[in-house]
Design a protein around this ligand. Structure first.
Ligand code: COA
Length: 277
């Protein structure tokens, strides 16, 4: 749970926020904070199994949340999802394009379908969702779209051709849609998170089980802590709350003159890349 003391209670009261991939990880952290600040959050995800516990957790903390199942790769389903949120809640003020898929894979052998899957989830999904909410936001006098990007494409990242290409496209979309929709009062910004210890990241630091099949979790912690000291200038891993705080700032009135920006929230990690490894 995020310390919301820096944000005014009820800051987003009466607003409706759709968060794709909002059931887990960074997306859930964003949903949690926006709900704490008074927004009704709609968690949209391909895997409904993730959504019910997430909605319950937000409700138990006193927030207002609901879930919708959608595959962001499918423009028609996205439109149907957005129409259903609009007819149920009467408005959509905030869209967070957070849904993403990625995995390390050598480019030479990456299958066409693997490339397509990641490009479609990340890039097409961001465009389809933005395009579907734009008329609703325009009609109500404006809205805010936040795209979750990354920093790995700033210098290139081996075995991530699909994800880095998709996120570079998302950065371009962020700037283009910001220009195109500014006259409608729609602000479009992106956030590039640094290393957040999601399950996948943790796995990379998990040693193999010993001969008795036991994994040394202290060794994992030590390896992660050593990485933070070596590679992250601010000396610690990030958390979903670090990213959620930037979302809350950007969608609040404090962000009223910010559009087309890509905010790096990474403890200084990408700037120091190459100096520390
Ligand atoms: N290495 C190489 N190829 C992989 C792969 C990996 N680790 N994981 C998936 N693929 C390939 C599949 O083999 C398939 O290609 P094929 O049909 O040629 O065999 C293609 O990618 C689609 O995979 P599939 O799992 O069927 O697709 P999906 O549409 O259900 O899901 C992902 C796509 C990317 C979301 C899924 O692979 C995944 O769950 N990744 C890990 C979780 C994740 O990314 N979480 C978000 C973190 S930001």
């Amino acid at each position: 749970m995020t310390d919301t003391a820096v944000f005014r209670p009820g800051l987003l009261a009466g607003q409706v926020a759709v968060i794709t991939g909002g059931g887990t990880g960074i997306g859930f952290g964003i949903a949690e904070l926006l709900a704490q600040l008074g927004a009704h959050v709609v968690l949209a995800s391909r895997k409904p199994a993730h959504l019910d516990p997430a909605v319950e957790k937000i409700r138990n903390a006193g927030g207002s949340a609901s879930a919708v199942a959608v595959d962001v790769r499918d423009a028609d389903r996205v439109k149907t999802m957005v129409d259903s949120v609009q007819s149920e809640h009467g408005r959509i003020d905030i869209l967070v394009n957070n849904a993403a898929g990625n995995f390390y894979a050598p480019s030479e052998t990456l299958s066409a379908n693997a490339w397509k899957s990641v490009i479609e989830i990340d890039l097409y999904g961001t465009f389809f969702c933005s395009q579907a909410v734009a008329p609703i936001m325009r009609q109500s006098g404006g809205g805010r779209i936040i795209n979750i990007s990354m920093t790995l494409h700033y210098r290139g990242w081996p075995q991530m051709a699909h994800a880095t290409a998709a996120k570079a496209g998302i950065d371009a979309l962020t700037r283009t849609l910001a220009m195109e929709w500014a006259p409608h009062g729609i602000r479009v910004n992106a956030i590039a998170p640094g290393p957040i210890p999601t399950e996948g990241v943790r796995k990379a630091f998990t040693p193999p089980p010993n001969s008795e099949g036991v994994v040394d979790l202290f060794a994992e912690e030590r390896a992660m802590s050593a990485y933070a000291k070596r590679a992250i200038p601010l000396g610690r891993w990030g958390s979903p709350a670090d990213i959620a705080n930037m979302v809350a700032f950007l969608v609040s009135p404090a962000g009223d003159w910010i559009t087309g920006s890509i905010m790096v929230v990474d403890g200084g990690e990408w700037l120091s890349r190459g100096q520390s490894n």
